[in-house]
Design a binder for this molecule. Structure first.
Ligand SMILES: NC(=O)c1ccc[n+]([C@@H]2O[C@H](COP(=O)([O-])OP(=O)(O)OC[C@H]3O[C@@H](n4cnc5c(N)ncnc54)[C@H](OP(=O)(O)O)[C@@H]3O)[C@@H](O)[C@H]2O)c1
Length: 220
């Protein structure tokens, strides 16, 4: 049987590319997104509406997918708002928390029954969430929300270990997408290839680790 994956934020950027490559590799792909795009429609996969910041939307997705097994869940949806200290932009910080930190945790919790022994959960985080790697400051909401989702990823790894589910926390590289305003060192296809290579070789010993897409361990 075809392995099945659900990717959040699959209408553009890294998520779109993950969906495309997984489909090409023979996976049954469920592309979850707020808005359909011609690109995701062109791939020919099942599309499910999902706003990860909306509790009812997450709950409804869980209900629609009841009984459908997932071999892989990729929590990719995320936002970056540039927020500073003076003035402190609390609303922007809160919004990034809702999407980047609570989003992956809520989606994973809503789909727990869809996961089975051997399933893998990926959290597309960012090295901007690394406290040890923070040498430049700023980006309060993004850094805090990604540090928080890293904490959630470690707890998920512990809580799901007994069920044989592996949780990976991944920095996708500096990728040219809308999120970065087109800046970056690599394009989405290279990032997606790297993420999928990491996922493929991940074993139980890798669960709860924070990895650069090149495989290196990142500091918390
Ligand atoms: N690009 C980089 O250099 C880089 C570096 C480190 C980490 N990351 C992480 O990689 C992930 C993907 O980012 P990207 O670079 O591919 O950015 P992107 O092109 O801006 O794509 C972001 C995706 O997230 C979706 N999204 C945003 N808010 C959502 C919500 N509330 N519910 C559901 N989907 C939502 C967007 O959908 P809409 O079209 O509906 O907005 C879009 O599909 C993010 O988690 C980001 O933090 C990226």
């Amino acid at each position: 049987m075809m392995p099945r994956v659900l990717v959040t934020g699959a209408n553009r950027g890294i998520g779109l590319e993950l969906a495309r490559q997984l489909k090409e590799a023979g996976w049954d792909v469920i592309a979850a997104c707020r808005h359909r795009s011609p690109e995701i429609e062109g791939i020919g996969v099942r599309i499910e509406e999902l706003d990860v910041s909306d509790d009812a939307s997450v709950r409804a997705l869980g209900e629609r997918l009841r009984g459908i097994e997932l071999d892989l869940l990729i929590n990719n949806a995320g936002i970056l708002h540039d927020d500073g200290l003076a003035p402190l932009e609390v609303d922007k910080i809160r919004r990034q928390f809702e999407v980047n930190a609570l989003g992956p945790l809520k989606v994973t919790a809503a789909l727990l029954d869809n996961l089975k022994a051997g399933s893998k959960v990926v959290i597309v985080s960012s090295r901007m969430g690394s406290i040890g790697d923070n040498t430049s400051g700023g980006s309060y909401g993004y850094r805090m929300s990604k540090a928080a989702v890293n904490a959630a990823g470690v707890s998920l790894a512990h809580d799901l270990r007994e069920r044989g589910i592996i949780v990976l926390i991944v920095h996708p590289g500096y990728v040219r997408t809308e999120l970065t305003g087109g800046k970056g060192l690599i394009d989405p296809p290279e990032s997606a290839r790297g993420i999928l290579a990491l996922v493929e070789r991940a074993g139980p010993e890798d669960s709860g680790t924070f990895r650069h897409v090149n495989g290196d361990r990142l500091p918390w």
